[in-house]
Design a protein around this ligand. Structure first.
Ligand code: PLP
Length: 456
């Protein structure tokens, strides 16, 4: 019998997250305070985040225990399945073995609850009553709504107004779990009111929604802010994906030759890649290839500058050393909304700089072609973001067809595409377009990088 699903018992679920900071061959560059240019201190971050998350951000511990109360909620849908894509292999006529680790089975439909639940938990433990956040297409907002529901926290989500109007279902999901969701710009914050005064019809942007959520949280003692990607502690929580996958491969008696994932802020990719990168660092699997796939129209890792930049358009965040297209850069409106980000998790950037991972940009049309091929062989309809990973995985499998090599390819499958059918409709009715890499816009945005002493 050809085994298709490689499952773990609940009792086999990892009980710690893996922190790569102590294993890095060179230390991660410091995060800087934009005012002083000095390294940020835990106290600088305390108005926004609970101390346990701040400590995780800088932790020297290799493994950080997952509290039992959190494990209990993870068990609602974890461990997730690792699956062999036999029919996709057949469709591609490749000798490669293709596997995918499926995070679409969480209640919110993506990997995002892995960190949302942890963030809600630590905030609750610190006595916080209410969280604020921003959301673009609604994936992060819905994941955090789910998490706040589990821990009895209030949540206010500032959702970019265009998406709020165009994609009502994610909003309804958030409301079903008990969160409040308002379109951004909103009259509830100064940042929102300023924009509305100038242009009442403003469609909003992710940067503005972040400014509103941060202003709201800083202005109230009972509230904190929550971020769904980019930061070390977010990637830490997501390592449960890679840790489970390694156990599943071990049980299958295999180890991947190639790992691919899609990158927006970098959390699902980091969650899968980081536990595998450990094996490259310690020399047990030096030859493993790890590939980050990003949109050609927002090519942060393949075309960006490695420099200190803000995480948001409003310049409110600390400065992070990362590959960036410039915090002012507004990416073209590709359907993979979760990948439209000017920066990238500093940890992933550091791994790229060290040569432990590589990056690849893929055009939108090719990602939907891959997603439809996947749906027509494996059945699962994937998020437009995930289709970038599937594209890279398929391309590697096609290379194996040329060379005759039976490599083992692992696709990090970040979520289902059930709320993205309009995007599939556009592709299937030939209305989808590719966007050129907006070189001029990036050049302009990179001209406005902040001045810091270490901009080399
Ligand atoms: C949000 C999202 C992404 C991109 O975010 P990362 O932090 O880069 O993982 C990718 N896939 C899905 C399904 C998402 O919801």
């Amino acid at each position: 019998m050809d085994q298709t699903k490689f499952t773990l018992e609940e009792k086999e679920m990892p009980t710690s997250w893996y922190n790569i900071l102590p294993d890095l061959p060179q230390p991660l560059p410091a995060v800087l305070h934009p005012g002083t240019g000095k390294s940020v201190t835990p106290d600088d971050l305390a108005p926004l985040f609970p101390m346990e998350l701040i400590m995780q951000e800088f932790s020297p511990e290799r493994y950080i225990e997952i509290p039992e109360e959190l494990q209990a909620i993870y068990r609602t849908w974890r461990p997730t399945v690792l699956q062999r894509a036999y029919r996709l292999e057949k469709t591609l006529d490749t000798p490669a073995k293709i596997f995918f680790k499926y995070e679409g089975s969480s209640p919110a439909g993506s990997h995002k609850p892995n960190t949302a639940i942890a963030q809600a938990y630590y905030n609750k433990k610190e006595g916080i009553k209410r969280l604020t956040t921003e959301t673009g297409a609604g994936q992060w907002g819905s994941a955090l709504s789910l998490a706040c529901m589990f821990f009895g926290l209030e949540l206010k989500v500032y959702m970019v107004k265009v998406s709020y109007n165009q994609k009502p279902y994610r909003r309804i999901m958030m409301e079903t779990w008990g969160a409040t969701c308002v379109p951004s710009p909103s009259p509830d914050t100064k940042a929102g009111r300023d924009v509305l005064a100038e242009n009442p019809e403003s469609p909003g942007s992710l940067g503005l929604a972040i400014s509103e959520a941060v202003e709201d949280a800083v202005g109230r003692d009972d509230s904190h802010y929550s971020l769904g990607s980019v930061l070390n502690h977010v990637l830490l929580h997501q390592t449960i994906i890679g840790l489970e996958t390694k156990l599943q491969f071990e049980k299958a008696g295999l180890y991947p030759d190639i790992v691919v994932g899609c990158v927006g802020g970098g959390s699902n990719f980091g969650g899968m890649a980081i536990p595998f990168a450990k094996d490259k660092i310690d020399g047990t699997h030096k030859d493993l290839k790890i590939i980050a796939a990003e949109p050609e129209s927002c090519p942060t890792m393949t075309k960006g500058l490695y420099a200190y930049d803000f995480g948001d358009v409003a310049c409110m965040t600390p400065l992070m050393k990362m590959f960036t297209l410039g915090h002012n850069f507004m990416p073209p409106p590709v359907h993979a909304g979760g990948l439209r980000y000017h920066g990238m998790a500093p940890l992933n950037c550091h791994l790229l700089k060290l040569g432990l991972i590589e990056a690849r940009a893929v055009p939108q049309m090719a990602t939907f072609e891959a997603g439809v091929t996947f749906a027509r062989s494996e059945g699962f309809i994937s998020a437009p973001e995930t289709n970038h990973a599937i594209r890279a995985g398929i391309d590697e499998a096609l290379k194996c067809r040329e060379t005759g090599e039976g490599k083992t390819i692992l696709i990090a499958h970040s979520g289902h595409g059930h709320f993205d059918m309009a995007a599939y409709d556009a592709y299937l009715s030939n209305k989808l377009e590719d966007y050129q890499y907006p070189e001029d816009l990036v050049k302009k945005a990179l001209d406005s990088l902040p001045q810091t002493p270490d901009q080399s």
